[in-house]
Design a protein around this ligand. Structure first.
Ligand code: ADP
Length: 325
């Protein structure tokens, strides 16, 4: 039942016994591989070094699994019953992936916060108390914009972290989706700079949905505001609510430029933006769709993205069972 691979090695590192996990992690089969030298089965220079070094409890090496190269194993050798040695291997793939994600995340956050700070810093260095008012006047809106950006990003980060921690117990209420979509459409229409867009509602159902009101509003608003922000003036954005036998869907469709196929799967990644400068102009942090995904996860719902380059995009939220409605 042990999840770690365990191999008992005798003289010359020959296999004397191995557990089930040794088969799936290291490809070492017991009893077929009995008396085969371990270094013939695990061909990794670091492992060979470990095998020929004096035993030290704290020494570990990382090797790729001989049967699945994408699987990363932590391997150590300890003394066992007199002259024997025990090889222990643990699957660390997930832990290593998480460590990488954390590193990338910290690097991304630092970079994203640093950019607006550099702008502010630049202006502040330029000015002295004697600088003429006109000079300040021109710089202030830019400085203000940059602080807004930082503020928006920190808000998004806090939302994400709260969603991830799942600290707040989710209160679900019966939501009037028709009302919700009307209200979000109104908000979208009032977004500054984007008032030339046409927002349409296609409400096939008047069913209510059991959901957390704030989270659902935030997820749908994110999709609708994106549809407005990333499409040219005069584009049409359609919000649709439909219920079928198997599921209920909220769809947000636009007839903008669409998203290239190679970007479709990546846009829900944190900080991923197709056009960084455009996203910055629109105040985007690249965190919006990550937030949407988390919220939907809380609601056992899924997001599907369909987009044809040049023809527009469709973001569809699928809510599962009908008894929730
Ligand atoms: P942001 O904060 O940058 O808007 P999101 O996570 O909400 O971040 O979106 C990620 C990226 O996906 C955006 O920067 C944009 O490039 C792209 N995107 C999102 N929605 C659309 C859309 N409706 N049409 C075209 N591109 C979109």
């Amino acid at each position: 039942a042990l999840p770690d691979a365990v191999v008992v090695m005798g003289e010359f590192g020959k296999v004397e016994w191995a557990n089930k996990a040794a088969q799936s992690l290291l490809g070492i089969h017991w009893p077929q591989d009995s008396h085969v030298r371990v270094n013939n089965l695990i061909r990794d220079p670091e492992f060979h070094q470990l095998l020929h070094s004096p035993i030290s409890k704290n020494r570990v090496v990382f090797v790729s699994s001989p049967i699945r190269s994408e699987q990363q194993l932590e391997v150590k050798i300890v003394n066992y019953m007199g002259k024997g040695r025990l090889l222990i291997a643990r699957d660390m793939t997930q832990t290593i992936k998480l460590q990488e994600m954390r590193r990338d995340f910290v690097a991304n956050v630092s970079h994203e916060l640093r950019t607006p700070l550099t702008v502010l810093h630049g202006y502040l260095e330029m000015f002295t108390t004697e600088s003429p008012v006109e000079q300040w006047g021109a710089a202030l809106p830019v400085m203000q914009q940059q602080t807004h950006r930082m503020d928006a990003m920190i808000k998004d980060l806090l939302t994400l972290s709260q969603l991830e921690l799942g600290e707040k117990p989710l209160e679900h209420q019966s939501i009037n989706v028709v009302e919700l979509l009307h209200s979000i459409a109104k908000d979208a229409q009032q977004l500054q700079q984007y008032q030339q867009h046409i927002i349409e509602l296609d409400l096939e159902s008047d069913a209510f949905l059991l959901a957390n009101s704030d989270e659902l509003r935030s997820a749908v608003s994110n999709l609708v505001f994106n549809a407005v922000k990333y499409t040219p003036e005069g584009s049409t954005v359609t919000l649709r609510w439909s219920v079928s036998k198997n599921n209920a869907c909220i769809e947000v469709k636009d007839n903008g430029p669409g998203i290239r196929p190679e970007h479709v799967n990546r846009i829900t990644e944190r900080f991923f933006r197709i056009d960084k400068s455009r996203s910055r102009d629109t105040g985007g942090s690249g965190l919006g769709l990550s937030i949407v995904k988390h919220v939907l996860h809380h609601h056992n719902a899924e997001l599907a993205i369909e987009s044809k380059w040049g023809k527009g995009s469709e973001f569809i939220i699928y809510f599962e069972a009908l008894e929730k409605i």
